[in-house]
Structure formats: structure tokens, C-alpha cells
Design a protein around this ligand. Structure first.
Ligand code: IPE
Ligand code: MG
Length: 229
């Protein structure tokens, strides 16, 4: 979800206004995903590198995170959406952690759709944590070093119970993956759009899905399986 700051700048508004508009898009994109039969949607909300931003902005993002979870709680429960997070959640402010854990727990049995928020997430950090866990298992004699495969590593990723993405969308014209689901997206279709995240709505979501469907898929889902209404 990139481009909130530039969206605000173009309107002579403070950056936080862009983040506020960006947070409002989430509900729309969730609805679009539902209409298309997309069962899993993972949003990169805060990277492990975003702590380097000015303290005021980080504080505003954390307040917005808390408010968004509280405001969307009803929508998530009513629509039977399973809410999950990936990333090192424990390093977030305590009130955010509590709200996240509560909603994860209250929605854990829902199967209609899964919404994953990547918070304090970075692929390198996730990989380091997974390898550290496996190294401990080897030291404890639970598995042999020679038994370590990619699958064993992936079982220790934050995404262990989430399928690999079929389509990766990055908004705002940047053409990088920026440490996001690097190994999980090994076979994902990459889609880059110049649209800033606060302007990314139903029409833009459908355009991305239609582009996905035009591509020849050799791995994972074929475009035909996604139902564009
Ligand atoms: C993305 O928008 C939001 C977060 C990373 C939280 P940016 O804040 O990166 O917006 P730009 O890149 O400055 O336009
Ligand atoms: Mg950015």
C-alpha cells in the first residue's frame, strides 16, 4: 500500500491525511476481493524498516492502526473474515498488540475470507526468525540439520498457514518488492500501478485481476478460477 505521502503532498495536506485516506481504502478493496472470489488478501501496512520514519509519523501510524482495527472490528466479524497478522507483532505498542490478538482470536474460525495485515514485517527478519527456530530444534535434537528443506523453513514463517500469493500488487509506481513476502512470491505475478494507494479502489482492483487473468499461469491458480463480477 504505497503512495499515501505523495497523495497527500499533491493536495497540500499533511502526510498523515494520506495514511488516513489509505486506511479507508482497505474496506473497499476487501469488498472487491470478495466480489472476485479472492479468499486471501495480505496488506503491507508497516514494514520492519518503517520505524526509521520520523517519530511523529510512526506515532500517527500506530494510532491509525489501533483506530482502524477498532473501527473495522464489526465489519470483520459480520462478514466472517478471519483476521491475521504477520511480522514481529510483539514490538508494536501494547494497546495495538492487545487489540490485534483479540480480533485474531475472535475471528480465528471464520473461513469466508482471510485478511492478513503485515505489521513490523520484513522477509529477511522472518527468515532469520525461522532459521533461528530451526537451529534451536537441531540443537535440541528434534530434527537433523540434513533434514532441513525449504518446506521446513517455510513451516516456521509467519505465513505458515497462508497460501503463497498468486498476485502481488504494488501501488504508486515503485517497482520493487521491498522485503515483502520475498520467498512466498517466488512464483507470484507482479503487478505495478502508478495509482497511489488512497486512489486504489474497485476499478483499479479489477484492472489488476484482469491483467492477472491475461497472463499465462504455469504454477498455482489459473486466471479462470477467479470470478470477476
Ligand atoms: C505507504 O505510503 C504507507 C506506509 C508505508 C505506512 P508512504 O508513506 O510510503 O507514501 P509515499 O511513498 O511517501 O508516497
Ligand atoms: Mg512509500
Amino acid at each position: 500500500m504505497d503512495g499515501n505521502g505523495r497523495w497527500a503532498k499533491e493536495r497540500n495536506k499533511p502526510r498523515v491525511e494520506g495514511h488516513y485516506q489509505g486506511a479507508k481504502q482497505i474496506e473497499k478493496v476487501l469488498q472487491s476481493a470478495k466480489d472476485c472470489g479472492v479468499k486471501y488478501i495480505t496488506l503491507y501496512a508497516f514494514s520492519s524498516e518503517n520505524w526509521n520514519r520520523p517519530k511523529d509519523e510512526v506515532d500517527a501510524l500506530m494510532s491509525l492502526l489501533l483506530a482502524s482495527i477498532q473501527e473495522n472490528r464489526k465489519l470483520i466479524i459480520e462478514n466472517k473474515i478471519r483476521f491475521r497478522t504477520i511480522g514481529n507483532i510483539e514490538e508494536l505498542p501494547q494497546n495495538c498488540v492487545e487489540e490485534i490478538r483479540k480480533l485474531e482470536n475472535d475471528s480465528k474460525n471464520f473461513t469466508e475470507q482471510t485478511l492478513v495485515l503485515a505489521l513490523n514485517y520484513g522477509s529477511r527478519d522472518e527468515l532469520a526468525r525461522a532459521v533461528s527456530k530451526l537451529a534451536t530444534d537441531v540443537a535440541d535434537g528434534k530434527i537433523k540439520a540434513s533434514e532441513i528443506t525449504y518446506e521446513k523453513i517455510a513451516e516456521n514463517f509467519d505465513t505458515a498457514d497462508i497460501p503463497d500469493p498468486d498476485l502481488m500488487i504494488r501501488t504508486s509506481g515503485e517497482m520493487r518488492l521491498s522485503n515483502y513476502l520475498m520467498l512466498q512470491s517466488a512464483y507470484a505475478e507482479l503487478y505495478f500501478t502508478k495509482t497511489y494507494w488512497p486512489d486504489f479502489g474497485h476499478k483499479e482492483f479489477l484492472e489488476a485481476i484482469q491483467e492477472y487473468q491475461r497472463r499465462e499461469r504455469r504454477y498455482g491458480l489459473t486466471g479462470e478460477q477467479i470470478n470477476v463480477k
